[in-house]
Design a protein around this ligand. Structure first.
Ligand code: FE2
Length: 262
């Protein structure tokens, strides 16, 4: 019998990556984007869990680095978008409805950051594993895709229920907080979201501990209020920041450019 615990569980990997671990009541677990194997093995051993699935959002090394070793060690299947990792036991793509550890998963194609990037939605967990597309108060850089594609992906994800937990692949909160605090025109509710995250991180720092991971995961409804990349259709916000590009993809592209320059 495993002790009850909050899932999804964020597991730090490498420098600022986060893999996500989820278990069911039968001691089976899946992990999303294991950048390395060791911390995942430790988390599984600590909780006496058996890994059955390794889910991948995109091909970048810091998301797949531990997959092959974990699969070999545990026998877990790797489910991944095409051309992302070897071995892949099942290729997942947009619209797939699959069952993982007894939980229903919907695969959502989310291009913009990396070729074939997918996000993984679990309604029962109220969670979206958004890889490097949507982060707490941020979004991924445009490596293999266009601003138009990334905006389309963010728009798709923002239509999920407001209570959805946003489980992104990194904690970039230090930089994201710096950026959002450099902007004007965030609404009062959005400001409160930002303040709460800052307070939680400051508290951890005052205890002499790393704030990495504090405040994760956020709720989608809070991201819609406070994440500057999701405010590209908010004309007041754009005006306050002197962004004259048309609402949507073009305004998003300008917000992304400003963050890249920070
Ligand atoms: Fe990435």
């Amino acid at each position: 019998m495993n002790p009850p615990m909050p899932y999804p569980l964020a597991i730090p990997c490498l420098t600022d990556n986060f893999a996500w671990l989820v278990a069911n009541g039968d001691g089976e677990a899946f992990v999303v984007d294991p950048g390395e194997a060791r911390p995942i093995k430790e988390a599984l051993d600590d909780r006496n869990l058996r890994l059955t699935h390794i889910l991948i959002t995109h091909y970048h090394f810091d998301h797949i680095g531990g997959a092959a070793e974990l699969s070999e060690h545990s026998g877990a299947e790797i489910w991944a978008p095409k051309d992302s990792v070897k071995p892949t036991h099942k290729i997942i793509s947009d619209g797939d409805e699959l069952e993982v550890c007894g939980k229903s998963m919907r695969v959502i194609y989310t291009p913009g950051h990396a070729l074939n990037h997918v996000s993984l939605y679990f309604a029962e967990l109220d969670a979206i594993f958004s890889g490097d597309v949507l982060f707490a108060l941020g979004c991924g850089r445009l490596f293999d895709g266009s601003a138009q594609e990334m905006w389309g992906s963010l728009t798709k994800l923002s239509k999920l229920p407001a209570q959805t937990l946003v489980c992104g692949g990194h904690d970039y909160l230090a930089g994201n907080l710096r950026f959002v605090n450099s902007l004007k025109g965030i609404g009062e509710q959005g400001k409160r979201v930002i303040e709460n995250i800052e307070l939680a991180r400051e508290k951890k720092k005052s205890e002499g501990k790393s704030p990495l991971g504090v405040g994760l995961p956020t709720r989608l409804g809070d991201e819609i209020l406070a994440n500057p990349f999701l405010l590209a259709t908010d004309s007041d916000f754009l005006q306050a920041n002197g962004i004259t590009a048309s609402l949507g993809a073009e305004a998003f592209a300008e917000i992304r450019r400003r963050k890249d320059r920070l």
